[in-house]
Design a protein around this ligand. Sequence first.
Ligand code: MLT
Length: 202
Amino acid sequence: ELSFIHRYEPATDPNRPPLLLLHGTGGDENDLLGLGRMISPGSALLSPRGKILENGMPRFFRRLAEGVFDEEDVKFRANELADFVAEARKAYGLEAPVAVGFSNGANIAAAMLMLRPEALSGAALLRAMVPLSEAPKADLSGKRVLMTSGAMDPIIPADNAKRLAAALSEAGADVEHQVLPTGHNLSQTDLQLLVKWFAERS
Ligand code: MLT
């Protein structure tokens, strides 16, 4: 038994990287499977359900208010999720996955990059913000990161997303940050950018 409720779909194309799909607040392990199939056809899909419940809505870590995080819990949960990734890699025979996270899922993926960089080979962070006010120095060289932000996102201030992109590049990641004329929800342009970013890899 692995330590998170999750869905798993094996790869049908061995040249495609496994994806770690991380849903937003109120989502679950089923939400992003369709997105994953669309943006990287043939990838293995590993999709856990966040263990925190906020008024019945699953998330990946606790928050004190919208955009105000319980940073001790962020650290604990990022480590717990990285441990799950290691277990799942062994159980399913996977290389390190590329995280694809939306909103709360993007934030836990960003925290994993900083705290447990070995857990991920790269990340697509959709509507992410800075997850930890003080992050340890991680070496992210060789890791590709795509960030897409919404210029009119009511939850994430533009400079906060920019700070995250800057911190990840300073740590050595190969960061592409796209700011789109949209809000917190994903748009067609997000999908197009994701398809292109994954295609460029192989
Ligand atoms: C978070 O709590 O991670 C952010 O506020 C995004 C969200 O889940 O609404």
